[in-house]
Design a protein around this ligand. Sequence first.
Ligand code: F6R
Length: 555
Amino acid sequence: MCGIIGKIGPDAGRFVVEGLKALEYRGYDSSGIAFVDSGSVKILKGVGTIDKIVREPPLTDAAIGHTRWATHGGVTDFNAHPHSDCTGKYAVAHNGIIENYADLKSELMNAGHRFRSETDSEVIVHLFEDAVRRGVSYMDALTYTVSKIRGQYALAILTADGHILAARNGAPFLFAKDGDALYVSSDPVPLLFAPDVYRLVDGSLLHLYPGGYELRGSARRVTGISARRVDLGKYRHYMEKEIFEQPRALAETLRYLQTLQRPEISGRVHLVAAGTSYHAALYGEYLLRMQGFDARAFIASEYLYWRGQEPDVLIAISQSGETEDLLSILRNGVSSEVVAITNTPGSTIEEYARDVVYTRAGPEVGVAATKTYTTQLTVLAWLAGIEGLDQLPEAVSQVLKNTSLIEDLSKRVASARSVYFLGRGLHLVTAKEGALKLKEISYIHAEAYPAGESKHGPISLIEDGFPVFFSVGPSVYTETASNVEEMRARGAWTVSVSPNPLGPEDVHIAVPSIPEVLLPVVEIVPLQLLAYNAAVLRGNNPDRPRNLAKSVTVK
Ligand code: F6R
């Protein structure tokens, strides 16, 4: 959720400031940088993004930075990271949660330590300070610090003589080497340029110093990170760019799948994921069942409460590969074989997987998932043995060629208080994803419902002009047309997304006529654009929706 970045080497201040910008999609309540300046650690931090806090990057050879998504303590300047110890010689940036911080904090305060924030993280730097004061080495001080804290963390401590100490337990953390320069990051994106990138294995400790490093524990080399530059190009926002990148993302995913042997799937199959990835899981469930598998999709945070039989195969879907609700299931040791689908090579999910299948969407910066969703659907269709996937890039490209109708509709949706998304069968997946997209970036209330079920309750909300979007395919034209009629009879403004018009709807958005089983990959695209346009019209930044973070690494 939060992001950490650090460097030892020339122009470290600039690297950290730029890196923080690249990490802002992880969290952006507050941000800060700690850097070495004339033998002491200076900290600049506060509420807001880094460009509001640091005008000119500091000239330094060692720095760490942090971008925050608040967990413990409100969004205030004091609670922003990095946090300093009492002597001003050390500073910590932390992601995750320290469960026993309250006890540690009172012990440390009784021993005379002064705390400046309400965060759980600040205990780390005071523990480190204590240990170094006893005369132990930095590495031993780090060992002591992590032996005292309980919970989940990735942390980096900067020392006044320009060293960085790092540790991880249950939260992602990487380091990289490029010549003599050394880097740490909670996310692969700012390290795309480096030839050697490693992911710290849980429980490992790292000491970086000018000219080298010491690792206690282990690290895995990360391969397959896309080296493609992540810039906006001609687009206004990353989300817009990522929507338009879908034909290429799909084509690259398909090319990659051609080189891959399909993982073996048999017996009882559970698909587990959160948010948008859960919608992909629902699609996977549908397709696998269609192909005769005993498949069932679950929301990751609900899987804990499943009282039925264990699966033989667990398909874990996560674009980031770091979603804690999902990882906690895998960490608790499912007896089944895990097939992971992720967009992030080197992410934690890989540690638990028998097979990993990547979506080759390239880094997704917009908080709302778009190209990772359509590529997840494609991977799932491939896993289920569905034919005809090569039509997808062109079909999506067709939808993206003519967006003026969607732009028009967005104006009406932008002023709505509430919107329904309805679908039947396979198309209900699209309705759910369409509603989530609109809700999360435009902040308009949106709800998805099975079209047929809508008359059993939700229809009572319908009044004049209430927007209702239907996703529809040939197998459900007739039944869905009746639902459109029912809604219109009560004043709803109805829009269908389908290859052919149903007849009674007010507006029809045409999508190419491809095999129905593949339509969800295509029919979501106009709804992504609808959500994007509505958010922009309402003055929201779709790349950074309030209260959300790209990678949700807490429960
Ligand atoms: C929606 C969205 C979230 C994520 C969810 C799971 O646009 O981005 O709902 O889909 O947090 O994230 P991953 O796929 O990284 O596990």
